[in-house]
Design a binder for this molecule. Structure first.
Ligand code: FES
Length: 137
């Protein structure tokens, strides 16, 4: 069934373009016969998909229960201080996008985040500053 292919199609589109644009959703709808509303619903339901252009560096801070208890809010505060963006936003220079995500599987080392898919754990302000500085250089 063509609906079963929707997730792989959206993953491919995001990998190709960096995000899933409105034009891409319309094109996929025409190609597959899946209604635009259904595609948009799937693209906005999963946090791994983005419907707006993203920054060069994608930060995803885990907001699972363990990381929450270990200070993920402080991680977001530190990132806000450094980057001046909140979850769901991209820096003006398009270098960073910030998101929250569900558990990334390293609960014993929280707070944790993904940066371009790579795990960073036991985060504190010093570690975050070093990570951001390295990305900027
Ligand atoms: S809750 Fe954050 S890694 Fe599991």
């Amino acid at each position: 069934m063509v609906q079963d292919l929707l997730l792989p199609i959206l993953k491919h589109e995001q990998k190709k373009s960096g995000y899933i644009s409105e034009a891409a959703i319309k094109r996929i709808s025409i190609q597959t016969g899946i209604p635009v509303s259904r595609i948009f619903g799937v693209a906005t339901f999963y946090s791994m998909f983005h419907t707006k252009p993203q920054g060069k560096n994608m930060i995803e801070v885990c907001h699972g229960p363990s990381c929450h208890l270990n200070g993920s809010f402080n991680v977001l505060k530190s990132l806000y201080k450094s980057l001046k963006i909140k979850p769901g936003e991209t820096t003006k220079d398009k270098k960073f996008s910030l998101h929250t995500c569900s558990c990334i599987g390293c609960c014993d080392k929280g707070p944790a985040m993904l940066l371009n898919g790579k795990q960073y754990t036991l985060l504190d302000e010093t570690k975050l500053k070093a990570i951001i500085k390295k990305c900027r250089s």
